[in-house]
Design a protein around this ligand. Structure first.
Ligand code: NAD
Ligand code: DAU
Length: 342
């Protein structure tokens, strides 16, 4: 089976590529533009694998995308490449429209032109917008995205479904909740807190800290993507989640305990603009149709994540001393400077 993965040098994509290469008779081509969020180190261990290759190109480059898709006959595209950070989309949304919307349409058309079997579009629960204190997102919930990031993901999600309805293209869409685990870029909540903890820097908590996210370990998400690829029905959407809702305060408290830090580490900062209050996924369709059942518990997976960051200081220190610093200082102007070595 030949699979084109997009965004394979990022957080979820790198776990996916590694998982695919463990399967027998799977060849992976990874199309990744290496933006600030991509990192070749994430896939250092598979560099020499004869069943793996990285093509350095943007999904917004129509010529390059068609060139990659005409070089081999792919059985499937697993499309993860995206601008993925909500706060960056609030600073400016153009890159989000270009990559997430235009790039997805370029890929869909190229996949169709070159006879790709299946197109798995990796969407997000953020396309549903925000929930009140009760209820869950089902696949039939209306799409009411609130940030430029989630609006661009909703557009790409609908373009993928439109390709199925209009052209009969074999498209499957997954909408997953918040991932955490090794290799996540430290702009996201959990790796930001863990690495700031090692560097004795404060933990910025937006607003009242009562916003709820539904957390899933990245390896469980990967398993669900594989199941959706091989068992999903064309034209269907599958919600992916681990029934694991936590307020941001609860996440902070769990990490304070694991890192043995005082509660004063957490500093209230101004709220994110348009901050979605609560996400919660009903994954029963994926459980029923795909046989998806998360294998990793919250506490053990969170601890394993802390251990990974403790053991991979050079990975995140290189990021935090590079161009990410500028974003951090714009984002949290009153906070520290990563002065401590960690
Ligand atoms: P990430 O930001 O860690 O990685 C994105 C990757 O895409 C990087 O390797 C980057 O170089 C690449 N990329 C960006 N623009 C590109 C372009 N124009 N052409 C080619 N490559 C490009 O993202 P992530 O957190 O791993 O998320 C991966 C996918 O999963 C995204 O589509 C995201 O919307 C979706 N998703 C993420 C989560 C989550 O919690 N992180 C949850 C649900 C869905
Ligand atoms: O739900 C899936 C989505 O999860 C994915 O589609 C996105 O790509 C991914 O980035 C993530 O989006 P969130 O905005 O939920 O993740 P983030 O880690 O940025 O924030 C999680 C929560 O923590 C959110 O309520 C905002 C809050 N937060 C975040 C940061 C970075 C803080 O309180 N302080 C912070 O410094």
């Amino acid at each position: 089976m030949r699979i084109l993965v997009t965004g394979g040098l990022g957080f979820i994509g790198s776990h996916l590529v590694r998982h695919l290469l463990v399967q027998e008779n799977v060849w992976v081509t990874n199309l990744d533009a290496l933006t600030y969020a991509g990192n070749p180190e994430n896939l250092e261990d598979v560099q020499g694998n004869p069943r793996y290759q990285w093509r350095h190109a943007s999904i917004t480059d129509e010529v390059a995308v068609n060139e990659v898709l005409s070089a081999e006959v792919f059985d499937a595209v697993m499309h993860l490449a995206a601008e993925s950070h909500v706060d960056r989309s609030i600073e400016g949304g153009l890159a989000f429209v270009e990559t997430n919307v235009v790039g997805t349409q370029i890929l869909l058309e190229a996949a169709r032109r070159h006879g790709v079997g299946r197109f798995l579009h990796v969407s997000t629960d953020e396309v549903y917008g925000s929930l009140g204190p009760s209820g869950l997102f089902s696949e039939d919930s209306p799409l009411t995205p609130n940030s430029p990031y989630s609006a661009s993901k909703a557009a790409s999600d609908l373009l993928a479904l439109a390709a199925f309805r209009t052209h009969g293209q074999d498209v499957v869409v997954t909408r997953c909740s918040n991932n955490f685990g090794p290799n996540q870029f430290p702009e996201k909540l959990i790796p930001l807190y863990i690495t700031n903890g090692f560097q004795k820097e404060p933990w910025p908590l937006y607003g009242d800290g009562a916003n709820v996210r539904d957390w899933i370990y990245v390896k469980d998400h990967i398993e669900a993507l594989w199941l959706a690829l091989i068992k999903g029905r064309a034209g269907e959407v599958y919600n992916i989640g681990a029934r694991n809702e936590r307020t941001n305060r609860e996440v902070a408290a769990a990490l304070l305990t694991l890192l043995q830090l005082p509660k004063e580490t957490v500093i209230a900062v101004p709220d994110r603009l348009g901050h979605d209050r609560r996400y919660a996924i009903d994954p029963s369709k994926a459980e029923r149709e795909l046989g998806f059942h998360p294998q990793f518990g919250w506490e053990t997976a969170l601890e394993a994540t802390v251990v990974w960051y403790r053991e991979h200081r050079s990975w995140w220190k290189a990021i935090k001393s590079g161009q990410y610093r500028d974003f951090y200082h714009r984002q949290y102007p009153t906070l520290g400077t990563f002065a401590h070595d960690g």
